[in-house]
Design a binder for this molecule. Structure first.
Ligand SMILES: NC(=O)c1ccc[n+]([C@@H]2O[C@H](COP(=O)([O-])OP(=O)(O)OC[C@H]3O[C@@H](n4cnc5c(N)ncnc54)[C@H](O)[C@@H]3O)[C@@H](O)[C@H]2O)c1
Length: 375
């Protein structure tokens, strides 16, 4: 089976998608091939350069060709969030399968429309929560599911980066509410809350406090532009299960480059993960004898779900790119009709629920009250 791909947007994350498509047949010779056919960007020059750089057969200006051309089966939406809804809905209505980058949309209303369009069209509709595919995280989910921890009592997590610290960093779409929907919440919190939901189920209620730390940034040609999204936010949540959660997101945490850290506390054990050491899962079991209790470190390897390395050797380690390759393999299988392949992918309805939590966090921060998340 071959699946012909249009990639919309030739920017930062497009490079990782392209690399994953090229690596796919090497890592997964038995998976359907995802053929890099068309790449779209805003100008002729950008689109052509992207096609040459990313190894796509053809290029087009604007996103419309991705949805309208007959020789495309799967559209990867890798634009800023303000275009996700329009592109995904048009692609689905044209019968294309869609892999849309996170956050699924700027808000839950847009995400709902995308869910409906995909459902009506009967196409596969996936959100690019690739970090899920880290083998240490997949192993954590397996241990939660098999009862190793007992019932999950509370979850704590943070996603910290520091690229927003520098006030000279220009005002891109990531700092504009009408383009991004939100700031650190949608950019980083979306990944973190997706994982938290995988670990502990639906989030029922949220209270949050969000803040813009650098309010003005250079907006080109000497102009100053206003930042209209939050740089950091703190959330307290109640899961439907009764478990509690504390989460924090920031792009202004000096020294934290990509600290997606998650700790899951069950009645009989604890799991801890940090993306900056992403091949490690730390595990404490209260079932160990008293005199030798303590955290041990499981090193990601072929024994763990979603481990895919060029060489299948324990301890060799995998990284961000491998999560994209594994995601691409599962997307290909799902598109080819293998429903099971979708089990560990985030689908549009997962992305919608994620947007509802983000919306609730922003609403809570404005109202200074607890906000319920619609189920
Ligand atoms: N999964 C991840 O870990 C991850 C990491 C980074 C970004 N992302 C997500 O990917 C998306 C894109 O982020 P990015 O960092 O690549 O942004 P970017 O600004 O680097 O790239 C966006 C690209 O889209 C193009 N574009 C804009 N309007 C377009 C249009 N009308 N038609 C065609 N192309 C258009 C831009 O020219 C640019 O090339 C966002 O939703 C972001 O949240 C996900």
């Amino acid at each position: 089976v071959t699946i012909r791909v249009a990639l919309v947007g030739g920017g930062f994350i497009a490079k990782a998608h392209a690399a994953a498509l090229h690596a796919l047949p090497v890592y997964f010779p038995d998976a359907p091939r995802l053929v890099p056919r068309l790449v779209c960007d805003v100008t002729e020059e950008l689109a052509r350069a992207a096609a040459a750089r990313l190894g796509f057969e053809e290029s087009a200006v604007g996103w419309e060709a991705a949805a309208s051309r007959d020789d495309i089966d799967l559209v990867i939406v890798a634009t800023p969030p303000d275009l996700h809804r329009e592109i995904a809905v048009a692609a689905a209505r044209a019968g294309k399968h869609v892999l849309c980058e996170k956050p699924l949309a700027r808000n839950a209303a847009e995400a709902e429309e995308m869910c409906r369009a995909a459902e009506d069209a009967g196409v596969a509709a996936i959100v690019g929560f690739n970090l899920r595919q880290a083998p240490a995280l997949q192993q954590a989910l397996r241990m939660i599911a098999d009862g190793s921890l007992g019932e999950v009592v509370h979850v704590t997590g943070r996603y910290f980066q520091d690229h927003g610290c520098d006030p000279a960093r220009p005002l891109t779409w990531r700092y504009e509410a009408d383009r991004a929907g939100s700031g650190a919440l949608g950019d980083l919190g979306s990944h973190l809350l997706d994982l938290a939901r995988e670990c502990a189920g639906e989030i029922a209620e949220v209270t949050a406090s969000a803040r813009t730390v650098v309010p003005i940034r250079p907006a080109g040609s000497g102009q100053a532009g206003r930042v209209t999204v939050e740089d950091c936010a703190a959330l307290l949540v109640r899961f439907a299960s009764g478990a509690t959660g504390v989460f924090e997101v920031s792009r202004v945490a000096p020294g934290r480059k990509n600290q997606l850290a998650l700790e899951i506390h069950g009645q009989r054990g604890t799991l801890a993960f940090d993306w900056e050491r992403n091949n490690e899962l730390r595990w404490f079991s209260a079932n160990d004898p008293n005199d030798r209790q303590g955290f041990r470190t499981l090193l990601a390897g072929p024994a763990h779900p979603s481990f895919a390395a060029p060489l299948p050797v324990p301890g060799i380690g995998v990284g961000f790119l491998e999560t994209m390759v594994v995601q691409a393999a599962k997307v290909g299988r799902l598109v080819a009709g293998d429903r099971d392949a979708g089990a560990s992918l985030a689908l549009f309805h997962d992305g919608l629920q994620n947007c509802r939590v983000l919306d609730a966090a922003l609403a809570s921060s404005s109202s200074r009250t607890w906000v319920e998340v619609p189920p």
